[in-house]
Design a protein around this ligand. Structure first.
Ligand SMILES: NC(=O)C1=CN([C@@H]2O[C@H](COP(=O)(O)OP(=O)(O)OC[C@H]3O[C@@H](n4cnc5c(N)ncnc54)[C@H](OP(=O)(O)O)[C@@H]3O)[C@@H](O)[C@H]2O)C=CC1
Ligand SMILES: O=C(O)C1=N[C@H](C(=O)O)C[C@H](O)C1
Length: 270
């Protein structure tokens, strides 16, 4: 049996993860804890009822210290997510982190945690986007000399971090495959009069509207042709199933920093 705790359990992703756990065919995965913020009116409510899957006998708690678990799946906001991670490191628990929007120093802390506990950290837990992460690294070195590279993402109106974690990861992987430093070559949005576009930059455009689950396009545009690699998520269950799969996979792993390539057995692709 692998005991799973979910942090951010009442959020959009948290509820989808509770649903995915209930629907999972992996009988060794058991939801044992759900964590929400201390001042929530939902404390002590049954998380299954909050997620719409009926009673699961798991009351929502406010502190990770009150949770009994082997693997934490965390989609809570940045500060609680980092606090939870520190608890996991101190208590040798495994973690799957799906939260996005971390600053560089916070990412460094997550990477360091991966030296002491089994940790999956992935801005996008879908199979399709994991494949796109691979594909852009193949495409960019072939196309970059003649192409402008732009990353365009659209998400629902409630999303607070931008560009999305996925867009940033796409940018990092493209920059890495071209030997560029993303911090030096990224251009975030444009307004007003500017010089003509510098081919060595990577542009980011962000759209926030309605209930869009998550669309990403990487555009390679040269004189005379363009390639658009587009991924569209139409259900949060796509990410939730990935997170649950990652938790089950982590159960047997040694300490290390992993991503969905490892979980899906696609590491040889990269
Ligand atoms: N890696 C991936 O595949 C994906 C990643 N994400 C990322 O996951 C994160 C969550 O997204 P989403 O579910 O849409 O956001 P939500 O805002 O719906 O969910 C976050 C939840 O965390 C709760 N929360 C606030 N404080 C705490 C706390 N101290 N402890 C535990 N929970 C707390 C919030 O409660 P309240 O609202 O009451 O404050 C909210 O219910 C984002 O960073 C998003 O970018 C999203 C989809 C896929
Ligand atoms: O906040 C979201 O919704 C999503 N966040 C992730 C991101 O920032 O990339 C993944 C997905 O696109 C949905």
């Amino acid at each position: 049996m692998l005991k799973i705790a979910v942090a951010g359990a009442t959020g959009r992703m948290g509820r989808a993860i509770v649903q995915a756990l209930q629907a999972s065919n992996d009988e060794k995965l058991v939801l044992t804890a759900a964590i929400h913020r201390p001042d929530s009116s939902l404390l002590n409510a049954d998380v299954g009822e909050v997620a719409g899957v009926g009673k699961v006998d798991v009351p929502i708690v406010s502190r990770i210290e009150r949770a009994e678990f082997d693997v934490l799946i965390d989609f809570s906001p940045i500060e609680p997510c980092l606090r939870n991670l520190r608890y996991c490191v101190a208590n040798q628990k495994s973690a799957v982190i799906g939260t996005t929007g971390f600053e560089r120093a916070q990412e460094a802390e997550i990477h360091a945690a991966g030296t002491t506990i089994p940790l999956v950290f992935a801005a996008n837990m879908s199979v399709g986007m994991t494949l796109c992460f691979h594909l852009v690294q193949q495409m960019a070195p072939i196309l970059a000399a003649d192409s402008d590279i732009e990353i365009i993402e659209t998400h629902h109106r409630h999303k607070v971090d931008s560009p999305s974690g996925t867009a940033m990861r796409l940018g990092e992987l493209i920059a890495q495959s071209l030997g560029r430093d993303l911090d030096a070559c990224a251009v975030y949005g444009r307004q007003g009069i500017s010089e003509p576009r510098d081919r060595d930059t990577i542009g980011f455009a962000t759209v926030r509207a309605g209930d869009v689950v998550g669309d990403h396009t990487v555009l390679f545009a040269s004189e005379g042709e363009r390639i658009e690699l587009t991924h569209k998520a139409s259900s949060r269950m796509t990410f939730a199933k990935g997170a649950v799969r990652a938790a089950g996979w982590l159960g047997g792993q040694a300490p290390g920093l992993y991503d969905m390539h490892d979980v899906l057995g696609l590491r040889d692709l990269t």
